[in-house]
Design a protein around this ligand. Structure first.
Ligand SMILES: [Cu+2]
Length: 558
């Protein structure tokens, strides 16, 4: 897939009364993501069966970790949409803990008796004690109906996988996996991530200026001054062969109520040959991954995959390869700087002792990757960001000759070339070298000609409702694209200058200047069979990352 500059509009609830008698209801909910989970020091989990929804209509029998019925977890980040943690979910609850604190995880095996023992492995974590359970091949296990408790001290910060350590070829395939996020201790968050005047503090001010809340779990990913971040998302990639699940369900049904240990009270489900049909991000296939976190239609798949960000924001992506295939994942829009893997920050052997920002620290050495590989069992933390740098045109459509004040905003470069002086500016973090550079070779809008591309006349060419009607980012972008000559103002959203009731460019009706008008970049598996659901495109491991203009409020609670 090529980098796309497709303008995407996500409709807010929107009632349009057309001129005649028709009433058109355009309804879509903007659903964002963050890295939701449950936070604390004590977690009471259950392994249980349930059915997972797939967009082809299938309900696939699966196993997953969930919360014990009497366990009321603390959800993080704080969301207005109420979180839930059922007794089974895929992925399992994201466990959010703090470096250096004691953690207790109790697991009760509520799988069918014929499924046998189950367990949780915490790879890379040194367990301090087991309580209860029975010894297994890789870790202490819980027999059917029984309980095992794992104790450990939360290790160094970072993202890690957890998954079943019992008969992994079947149990991980069935859905027994999840994520462990270790946050830096408060005292370990580097001051250059938070101090007044830092870019982190400015970004917070930029969000606050537009009424946006902060949904980070922390201000830095690791105890290192080069790991500051502004926003975060967790993505767990896995695949599913429904034939394995169907066979497991048939055998579980045939052995229902059997006595543990009795002859025949076991499963014999072949896990080869392996032909997955579902390719999942956080347990959901596209487009389900774009629905909200904790959406009630996915009672056992609470987490979505729907990243948003503003230009310049350092976006931490926490990614885990679950399942058994490697998934080459491409984050369109920029490369990803890998910080660390499995909670191990990748440090340079350089003799330099200064971070990027000149703070004393061993420099980072993680690679910059075009495609990030999600190797089974491996987690990584990486930083993604997007600015308009490199486009060679003004993404905001500023035009020095325009009479529109929004089109004549100043761009004052900082030492790195970005407009970061005033965090309240709607073009905060604009790449100033391209300020006022037109996109259009032949002018149609109010941006002067001479740019690299000739765009279709939005009034003559229907791009569909997903096109915002403008190639520009930011408020009023639609109006700017349709063109106002100097001194003129459009008569309203979607109307051309000096006109009323003219046909607005496609997308304009749904995309009023005050609603979302971002650049959408496809984030997807580069094994393109994996962007199908049961061989139907589009589906599978695919989501859209939206770069939203500054004044659009990214609300992670919905
Ligand atoms: Cu691609």
């Amino acid at each position: 897939m090529r980098a796309t500059n497709m303008k995407k509009t996500i409709f807010q609830t929107h009632l349009l009364l057309a001129a005649m008698v028709a009433v058109t209801l355009l309804f879509t909910v903007s659903a964002n993501a963050a890295a939701p989970g449950i936070k604390g020091t004590t977690f009471n989990l259950v392994a249980a069966p349930a059915y997972l929804n797939q967009p082809d209509g299938q309900a696939v029998y699966s196993w997953g970790y969930g919360c014990a019925a009497n366990f009321n977890p603390t959800f993080a980040p704080a969301l207005s949409r109420s979180g839930f943690c059922n007794v089974m979910q895929v992925p399992g609850p994201t466990l959010i803990v703090t470096e250096g604190t004691p953690v207790v995880v109790t697991l009760t095996n509520s799988l069918p008796p014929s499924a046998g023992n189950t367990s949780i492995l915490f790879p890379g974590v040194t367990l301090s004690a087991f309580t209860d359970g029975t010894p297994g091949l890789l870790t202490q296990e819980a027999a059917p109906g029984a309980t095992v408790t794992y104790r450990f001290t939360a290790p160094s910060p970072g993202t890690r996988a957890y998954y079943s350590g019992t008969q992994g070829d079947l149990q991980v395939e069935m859905g027994l996996y999840g994520a462990l996020i270790v946050l830096p201790a408060t005292a370990s968050v580097p001051s250059n991530c938070t101090a007044t005047g830092t870019l982190g503090a400015k970004n917070l001010a930029a969000e606050a200026a537009h009424g946006e809340a902060d949904y980070r779990l922390s201000q830095s990913a690791y105890d290192h001054p080069d790991t500051c971040y502004d926003r975060e998302y967790l993505f767990q990639f896995s695949e599913m062969d429904p034939r394995i699940h169907t066979r497991a369900e048939a055998q579980v049904t045939a052995t229902a109520g059997c006595v543990v240990g009795a002859a025949g009270c076991s499963l014999n489900v072949p896990t080869e040959p392996y032909h997955p049909a579902y390719f999942l991000i956080n347990g959901r296939s596209m487009p389900d991954d774009m629905d909200p976190n904790y959406a009630t239609e996915y009672p056992h798949q609470p987490y979505n995959g729907d990243p948003h960000m503003h230009p310049g924001e350092l976006t931490l992506i926490r990614v885990i390869g679950q399942g058994r295939w490697q998934h080459p994942f491409h984050e369109h829009g920029n490369h990803v700087r890998i910080l660390g893997r499995d909670g191990n920050l990748i440090l340079s052997s350089s003799t330099s002792t200064l971070s990027y920002e000149g703070v004393p620290a061993t420099p980072l050495a993680g690679p910059l990757q075009f495609t990030t590989t999600t190797t089974p069992g491996l987690a990584f933390d990486g930083i993604f960001y997007w600015t308009a740098k490199g486009l060679n045109w003004d993404a905001y459509g500023h035009n020095p000759t325009s009479g529109d004040p929004l089109a004549t905003l100043a761009c004052t470069p900082d030492a790195n070339g970005y407009n970061t002086g005033d965090p309240t500016a709607i073009n905060y973090y604009e790449w100033c070298a391209d300020h006022f550079k037109p996109v259009e070779k032949v002018p149609f809008g109010d941006v002067a000609g001479g740019g690299p591309a000739t765009l279709p006349d939005a009034n003559l060419f229907t791009n569909g409702a997903w096109y915002g009607g403008s190639p520009y980012l930011g408020p009023d972008a639609t109006v700017r694209a349709t063109g106002c000559s100097t001194g003129q103002q459009a008569n309203g959203p979607g109307l051309q200058c000096g006109q009323s009731g003219s046909t607005p460019p496609s997308g304009t009706i749904a995309n009023s200047p005050s609603s979302e008008a971002g650049f959408a970049f496809m984030w997807h598996s580069h094994n393109e069979r994996e962007i199908t659901t049961n061989n139907i495109f589009p589906g599978g491991m695919l989501m859209m990352m939206l770069v939203d203009s500054r004044e659009y409020v990214i609300d992670e609670t919905n």
